[in-house]
Write a protein that binds this ligand. Structure first.
Ligand code: EPS
Length: 382
């Protein structure tokens, strides 16, 4: 079978977002409803802005799936941007209307966004030609693709769940059992503890009033992943490195921790390493999981525990100090419609990205032209 690959394409206000997924085995059930449920979750959460009222993201499967099962051919997913209708004169792939392009031009480059570095690198004067792709709108199609990979993992008994741990410093530092994590999807901000969730809502509300924005931290956990995925022999194979790469590629993500993460540097070896025990029934086991389920770049059979830090969204309604790229004059950064906080969305996006990375790692080790083949090989592992 082909190697698993996934590519996305699409501009934020262009016609559509698409993804092509190669290397999926045949007979993988594709649950469109589950994908659409994740897409709706990605659009929700307290602090989202006006764009989400325009869009109602649903996936259309263009190729590679018949009767809700993959054929083994490339799968193409598509999400149409409803807002494109409003942007057609400025975003058409054919000739655009000069006045419409002028109206939508962005030259007061936003600190923290890709605007300034992008216009220089790609020899543009209008940062719209950069931000259209840099926009977190792209994450919608990554969530759709993640839904397909979640189906692949779920067929093997591997489940992914997440929660928001903090919003702009308002933190829920309790530990939750894997099964409790689903409560996060019912909360307003993704924070499970109701009192802390309410405090986070207050925080986002007051930041919104000030024209400011918030980031936060998301925790992602994976249950049921057997040991030995990733690799110790080649640096590019290391599972923690691959997860960090995938998660850091999500817009606005600035940090990834595995297990105890940065805390490992504060503690001694005795306090950090997970001791190993053996039992006839359980086999080898550990009673702690500070490693977060990865040792030597390989899954070790324990739960994967990851934390992802998101910076505040760089489009502030009360713009920061900047310079107009064209006039070189002092300016206030462009402020279009914006979200105040998209941390709830990050939880859904990070789950999707982790699903993708893990599906690739499993496929590399096990291959398989059909889902039955993959499952038989997975079940045979210790
Ligand atoms: C987003 C759509 C975008 C932004 C946001 C994410 O829509 P618009 O720019 O039309 O409001 O709301 O993008 C950004 C945060 C960004 O920095 O570009 C979405 O669907 O997630």
């Amino acid at each position: 079978m082909a190697k698993m690959t996934m590519t996305t394409a699409g501009e934020s206000h262009g016609k559509a977002l698409v993804a092509i997924l190669e290397g999926l085995p045949a007979h993988l059930h594709v649950d469109t409803e589950a994908i659409n449920a994740d897409l709706a979750l990605r659009q929700s959460g307290f602090g989202r802005g006006g764009r989400q009222k325009i869009e109602k993201d649903t996936v259309e499967i263009l190729t590679g799936v018949r009767n809700a099962e993959t054929l083994g051919s490339p799968v193409t997913l598509c999400i149409y941007n409803k807002d494109f209708a409003n942007w057609l004169p400025a975003m058409s792939a054919g000739d655009c209307d000069a006045a419409a392009m002028e109206k939508k031009a962005l030259t007061k480059v936003r600190p923290g966004h890709a605007d300034l570095t992008g216009v220089v690198k790609y020899a543009q004067t209008d940062a719209r030609n950069i931000l259209e792709r840099a926009s977190a709108r792209e994450t919608a199609i990554r969530v759709a693709a993640g839904g397909v990979y979640k189906g692949y993992l779920s067929a093997l008994g591997v489940e992914i769940a997440g929660r928001v741990k903090s919003v702009c410093g308002v933190e829920d530092d309790k530990e939750y059992a894997f099964e409790e994590l689903q409560k996060s999807k019912q909360s307003q901000t993704g924070i499970i503890d109701e009192k802390i969730d309410a405090l986070a809502v207050e925080k986002i509300t007051s930041l919104k009033k000030e024209g400011d924005t918030a980031g936060g931290v998301v925790e992602i956990r994976v249950k049921g992943l057997k040991s030995g995925f990733g690799g110790v022999m080649t640096y590019a194979d290391k599972l923690d490195a691959r997860l960090a790469q995938g998660l850091m590629s999500i817009q606005a993500v600035k940090g990834v921790e595995v297990g105890a993460g940065f805390d490992v540097a504060k503690k001694s070896g005795k306090e950090i390493h997970d001791e190993i025990f053996y039992d006839e029934e359980k086999g080898f086991y550990r009673t702690t999981n500070r490693a977060g389920g990865i040792e030597g770049g390989m899954s070790n059979g324990e739960e994967l525990v990851l934390k992802v830090a998101m910076k505040p969204i760089p489009t502030l309604m009360k713009g920061l100090q900047t310079v107009d790229y064209v006039t070189k004059e002092k300016a206030i950064a462009a402020a279009e419609r914006s979200d105040t906080c998209a941390i709830f969305a990050l939880e859904i996006i990070a789950e999707a990205v982790v699903a993708q990375v893990l599906a690739f790692a499993i496929a590399e080790r096990l291959g398989g032209d059909t889902m039955d083949e993959v499952k038989t090989r997975y079940d045979a592992l210790k």
